[in-house]
Write a protein that binds this ligand. Structure first.
Ligand code: 5GP
Ligand code: MN
Length: 322
């Protein structure tokens, strides 16, 4: 574990950034740390960078101070990369990582190779927000910080349901609840409630899903023209791969969306037997054992066939070892 006070000694400027296409844990952990540094280290000029994130996260205090462009040249005394498995995933903020005097990575991705100078990486942790909680002085955590961290933990655990949820996770969630947050509304408004078009595109993805390998793999793909038709953006596709995984008998769910002609962003989920992080890493991506992603070139069928080959190989190995 790292000591925040020691790391911030004599620091005058600090930058914080998370991964591209920020999710709940990424935004929650970045804003949680940002609010804490702003309040308790006022002598440090702290700035936070994130790509555009879902409107529902805007209730968080400090979300209006998040910067979305990295055009200026800056050299931070310390630069924090949160919830980010590798340098590439920092997007444009990588330039601040490269120029910073000291870099600190706080993350829970199993694919993380400890790419910063100082690393606090715990693959067993539910979320980066849980790790941020560990670094902060509990009594100093305000309600607003608690809202950000609770949202992050709730999102990365599928609302305390995935196997990354530990008794420690629940203990931390309880401590955050004690700060007076409206935990029920946070979860509803940021996780469960979908817009009408989000539900429509989800329905479309379910309708067109295909089972493979005798029902052990399910996949669905959304093309750019479908997104245009429904008027949705990539941020509206959250939750689709999770819903695909909730199909009885399925070991792995694959969801693809087109990012450019012949280019697909792949989201993978496993129900436990398949290690999707290994497959994502093979194709230049990363993630966790049960949730991982990568970007691949080719037609939908090229991409799916390549992925399914790896899943099939893993399933056969499991059979052999059993
Ligand atoms: P999702 O499918 O929700 O986009 O991502 C699942 C998990 O895999 C997340 O923890 C995310 O950070 C990670 N992930 C998704 N895509 C990539 C990728 O292209 N590279 C890496 N390193 N990790 C990814
Ligand atoms: Mn995370």
């Amino acid at each position: 574990m790292i000591n925040l006070n020691a790391e911030l000694k004599e620091v005058k400027t600090a930058g914080i950034a998370g991964h591209i296409r920020p999710d709940g844990d990424c935004v929650g952990s970045c804003i949680g740390l940002y609010l804490y540094l702003k309040k308790y280290f006022p002598e440090i000029k702290t700035e936070v960078y994130l790509e555009e994130f879902p409107e529902a996260f805007r209730f968080l205090e400090g979300s209006d101070q998040v910067q979305h462009n990295c055009d200026q040249t800056k050299e931070y005394d310390v630069f924090f990369c949160l919830d980010c498995g590798d340098e590439k995933r920092l997007g444009n903020a990588v330039k601040y990582f490269n120029t910073a005097k000291k870099t600190i990575c706080i993350d829970h991705h199993i694919s993380n190779q400890a790419f910063a100078q100082v690393n606090y990486i715990v693959p067993d942790a539910s979320s980066t927000s849980e790790l941020i909680f560990n670094l902060l002085e509990e009594t100093k955590i305000t309600k607003e910080m608690a809202e950000a961290l609770y949202m992050g933990i709730a999102h990365d655990t599928g609302v305390f349901k995935f196997s990354n949820t530990s008794s420690r996770t629940m203990e931390i969630a309880g401590k955050l609840m004690d700060k007076g947050i409206d935990f029920s509304t946070i979860v509803d408004d940021t996780y469960f409630i979908k817009s009408y078009i989000q539900n429509q595109i989800m329905g479309r993805a379910m309708l067109e899903s295909i089972m493979m390998l005798d029902g052990r793999v399910i996949f669905s793909a959304i093309r750019q023209k479908d997104m245009d038709f429904y008027g949705v953006g990539t941020m509206d596709l959250d939750g689709i791969v999770q819903q695909l995984r909730n199909t009885r008998g399925v070991e792995a769910a694959l969801f693809l969306y087109e990012t450019a002609p012949q280019e697909y962003k792949v989201s993978m989920r496993s129900n436990g037997k398949i290690d999707v992080s290994q497959i994502a890493c093979y194709f230049g991506g990363g993630g966790h054992v049960k949730a991982a992603g990568c970007t691949m070139q080719g037609s939908v069928y090229d991409v799916v066939n390549n992925l399914v080959k790896h899943i099939d190989k893993q399933l056969k190995q499991i059979k052999v070892t059993n």
